[in-house]
Design a protein around this ligand. Sequence first.
Ligand code: NAD
Ligand code: MG
Length: 395
Amino acid sequence: MIAVRHLTILGSTGSIGVSTLDVVARHPDRFRVVALTANKSVQKILEQCRRFEPRYAVLLDETSAERLQVEVRRAGLATEVLWGVDSLEKVASLPDVDTVMAAIVGAAGIRPTFAAAATGKRVLLANKETMVMAGRIFTDVVKENHATLLPIDSEHNAIFQSLPQHFSGDLRAVGVRRILLTASGGPFRQMPLSALENVTPGQACAHPNWVMGQKISVDSATMMNKGLEVIEAHWLFEASPEQIEVVIHPQSIIHSMVEYVDGSVLAQLGNPDMRTPIAHALGFPERIETGVNPLDMFKVARLDFEAPDFERFPCLRLAYQALASGGSAPAVLNAANEVAVDSFLKCLMPFTSIPAMIEDVMQTIGRRDIATLDDVLAADGMAREAAQEWLTCLA
Ligand code: NAD
Ligand code: MG
């Protein structure tokens, strides 16, 4: 008999959340949805409540939650509607939930993701920002509470799949020389540098291979996404910065590779569809159906690789710099990036100001030691303030 998994999906209305529910719906015998959460998308979460009949639906925003409450009653559903960060933490740590998909975007995901780890859940980690901001503290909480961490980010999921099953944090002990983290290079990989100044949010969000939320799409265009992923890989696999090499691979068919001391390189390949890593983590260690099209090698025909261009993508350099500095630096990098991306999306500043703002904020704030989650949140807050000030000076 299959053991039924009881799920909380944080960020259920987003790109990862929707793909997760797509996989879940294919396996009604395996999964029960206990809680769904979103920021304020009333209609989307209402549809999901109709379909999956969760016990809880949580919105961050109180007014939206009130509207949802009315709709849920009208639809005759038994779902209890809650709101606020405390409720997000509550549904991430319910005693009868064993699996939490952490798919809120940005630093907003940190508290509920921590709550899931602190209560020993199987944490399916899409919210890479938690790992970037608080890598050491978060991995400690995972270990202390016997939580299980499974990476959803396609690259990290590919690395996880390419490592031996008995890997327990010592790359050398399992004969790994390097991790080769692949990156598509985003929509601006070949655009003349002089044209980057004038790119629009629409162009930045038009990723050549993946359909994703707006924030990660812009991160892919600046390659900050890969920078955040280098930091994520550092904490997930205890890899030093020298053990992580970024490889541009425009087709996004190889989702990352692991190089061993004997010269073997193991990779995970597939069509760029997040349902594959999501299903891998949902079913682990079993393999389950996803509806993803089989990979047609003849259609793919070729796989290309090139080295990353740090002049074109200064965000990648800044991320390596933050990782080397340690302490609060990655949290500051992340917060400044969130403000910068948001400002670019609102047309308050040009694309090329994103790395400029982040670099200035990192310099202004400097580095502090981090011992607790509160220290992380304080660094995050300071960086956001400095970024807002930077924006004011720009205007
Ligand atoms: P998205 O913008 O599509 O969805 C974000 C979800 O979080 C939504 O449900 C939204 O309602 C919720 N949310 C937003 N702000 C919130 C807040 N302040 N409080 C509570 N909930 C909030 O984002 P996405 O593309 O699904 O990405 C989610 C996470 O997964 C990100 O950390 C991203 O880096 C990571 N990720 C995404 C992909 C992808 O293909 N989309 C791939 C790898 C990793
Ligand atoms: Mg990724």
